[in-house]
Design a protein around this ligand. Structure first.
Ligand code: G3P
Length: 227
């Protein structure tokens, strides 16, 4: 399962790229607006930071297919590298998806809340479908169940589209998506820290360090090899 960062904050992207195995970056208009800066410069800076090899998913804002296609082409040409046009699902979005696929532009169909939205997006050619887990859980629905059924449908029908689950608030949701066969998750920088933290891990490290120091003092592994 791929881990992707759901932010446009350059400091957070830099830190997560340094410390975690990150496959790329996803943004949406809400995330972009939080940075209060020029959009073109920001997405160019994100691409420069992550390099051409990593995925960069950038959302279109047009409401008709023609505009969405124009935006996706412009964004692809502007940021380059491994680019995905993130398109909210709608009839116009699906129309744009089919046209973009013919043009060789990769698409992530986003704002997915149901299994059939995912299925039809996949049939339109979406490379990824992005169901919103916590937003489903928040309305007493079940985000993990929706993802597990999407994964099952894609397997049964031999569909190549992948599931990029989004909208997470805790580690339990991420873990259950991994068990359900989700192909990727996009999560906040804060959740990367939470994923890797456990108080027993800290206690184990403290105990290892105390035992080592009782014999070798302040010397580390490199120091004891020095002659
Ligand atoms: O890209 C969609 C995702 O960022 C939504 O997350 O936390 O706003 O539900 P959230």
């Amino acid at each position: 399962m791929l881990y992707i960062i759901d932010t446009a904050n350059l400091d957070d992207i830099k830190r997560c790229m340094e410390y975690f195995p990150v496959a790329g970056v996803t943004t949406n208009p809400t995330i972009i607006s939080k940075e209060h800066t020029g959009f073109p410069d920001l997405i160019k800076a994100i691409r420069a930071l992550i390099g051409d090899e990593k995925m960069l998913h950038i959302q279109t804002t047009g409401t008709d297919a023609q505009t969405i296609v124009k935006e996706a082409v412009l964004l692809r040409d502007f940021v380059g590298g491994d680019f995905y046009a993130k398109i909210p699902i709608s009839p116009e979005g699906l129309k744009a998806t089919m046209q973009l696929k013919k043009m060789g532009i990769k698409v992530t169909e986003t704002a997915i809340f149901t299994q059939q939205q995912a299925m039809i997006a996949a049939q339109a050619g979406a490379d990824f479908v992005a169901p919103y887990i916590n937003r489903l859980d928040s309305i007493v629905s079940d985000g993990v169940h929706v993802v597990s059924e999407i994964v099952k449908m894609f397997n049964v029908h031999n569909i190549k589209s992948r599931v990029l689950a989004a909208s997470f608030k805790n580690v339990e949701q991420i873990h259950k998506i991994a068990l359900a066969g989700g192909h990727a998750v996009t999560i906040s920088p804060e959740l990367f820290n939470t994923l890797t933290y456990h108080p027993l891990t800290d206690r184990a490290i403290e105990s290892f360090n105390a035992d080592w120091q009782s014999v070798y003092g302040d010397k580390g592994v490199l120091d004891v090899f020095e002659r």
